[in-house]
Design a binder for this molecule. Structure first.
Ligand SMILES: Nc1ncnc2c1ncn2[C@@H]1O[C@H](COP(=O)(O)OP(=O)(O)O)[C@@H](O)[C@H]1O
Ligand SMILES: [Mg+2]
Length: 283
């Protein structure tokens, strides 16, 4: 692109080909139009979401690198007209953790011995790519289900190969912090806890357990006010409470991870009581 500032560039005066020629590194045409309907988020779509065919995605930077995925900040915009910020979670394909963890989490979920499964076992480049796409698809499907059931998760925008685009959970003009990094007042803790209970009960009604719940997979926004909001993230390993023989055990661990944190911060809550409530919602 011939300018450092995309907003200053007169996109409107250019043809499709001219814009294509002017896309800079870190920019692409919005991939919204190239994914099929099932790979898009649930209806009704939030009004902030840019779905224009003319939108351009610009990578603004990396939010976090993880063991199995990296999360990037992306702007989807029709320059000069509308824009939104998205989090792009991209599964990397080589990590052993994916393979090791896969066993106990996906027990009872066995597929055909397809060319794909063999490729995954062989850990070929193709196999790793498929494995990344499977995790992205699994997480995206779960986000859709949770969103539609009223669980506070980022709105799932689309999935494409190993990349999920979702609502960027912001606090001011930065990413919302993880609960683990926050120092809420006791009043704020008292406000946050019922949100967590309600979210887990909704998981329970779907007969699901998060499977990796901790103060690191909860984002908080609005901590400068009296009514902060919790958002649950990181759900690729969500498991079936009924079908998975380890389901209850994972749920119990989830409950302990979060309840213990609240207790350490000074709120008198009980992991076993939370566990019992979620179990009651599931059966
Ligand atoms: N939708 C989002 N909005 C803002 N930040 C996010 C979002 N999704 C992820 N993040 C940030 O990226 C980090 C990693 O994402 P996560 O889904 O937990 O993947 P993993 O822990 O497997 O690397 C999170 O802890 C959070 O800081
Ligand atoms: Mg995480």
């Amino acid at each position: 692109m011939s300018t450092d500032n995309p907003a200053a560039f007169d996109w409107a005066a250019l043809s499709y080909t001219e814009i294509s020629e002017n896309l800079a590194e870190g920019q692409r045409w919005s991939t919204w139009r190239s994914v099929d309907r099932l790979s898009r988020g649930p209806q009704p779509r939030p009004s902030w979401l840019v779905t224009s065919q003319a939108a351009i995605d610009t990578e603004l930077g990396i939010l976090k690198t993880g063991k199995e995925a990296d999360v990037f900040l992306l702007e989807r915009a029709v320059p000069g007209a509308e824009s939104c910020l998205l989090a792009a979670k991209r599964y990397r394909s080589s990590e052993h953790r994916l393979f090791r963890r896969a066993d106990s989490y996906t027990e009872g979920r066995r597929g055909r011995d397809s060319r794909e499964n063999r490729a995954v076992r062989l850990k070929s480049g193709f196999g790793r790519q498929i494995e990344a796409a499977r995790w992205a698809q699994a997480e995206f499907a779960t986000l859709k289900l949770l969103w539609s059931a009223g669980v506070p998760v980022p709105y799932p925008v689309q999935v494409d190969g190993g990349e999920i685009l979702m609502e960027f959970i912001a606090e001011g003009n930065a990413a919302a912090p993880r609960l683990a990094q926050c120092r809420p007042s006791v009043d704020q803790l008292r406000w946050l806890w019922p949100q967590l209970v309600e979210a887990l009960i909704r998981f329970g009604r779907l007969q699901l357990a998060h499977g990796d719940l901790s103060p690191f997979n909860l984002l908080v926004r609005g901590l400068d006010g009296a009514e902060p909001e919790l958002v649950v993230i990181d759900v690729p390993q969500v498991l079936d409470l009924v079908g998975n023989p380890n389901g209850a055990e994972f749920l119990h661990r989830d409950c302990r991870n979060v309840a213990d944190w609240f207790v350490r911060k000074g709120l008198d809550v009980d992991a076993d009581a939370l566990f019992a409530e979620v179990v009651a919602a599931a059966w």
